[in-house]
Design a protein around this ligand. Structure first.
Ligand SMILES: [Zn+2]
Length: 67
């Protein structure tokens, strides 16, 4: 068995990335791909809290009914 450097696929562009010190942005192939992925994750996370604030209006209505 000869030592084979492990490679992973960049989650953003799918390019093979060597899993080692020569790839500081692993599992991404570059800083750009890492920032693109983080940006998509952040925009997705923004949508969830926005939806969670909607039920607060329903709770307010429920309290008014009780009074
Ligand atoms: Zn990439």
């Amino acid at each position: 068995m000869c030592p084979v450097s492990k490679t992973v696929k960049c989650p953003t562009c799918g390019k093979p990335v060597v899993w080692g010190p020569e790839s500081p942005w692993r599992p991404f192939c570059s800083e750009r791909c890492k920032l693109i992925d983080l940006g998509e994750w952040a925009s997705e996370g923004h949508r969830i809290p926005g939806e969670e604030t909607l039920p607060e209006e329903f709770i307010e209505q429920e309290n008014r009914r009780k009074h």
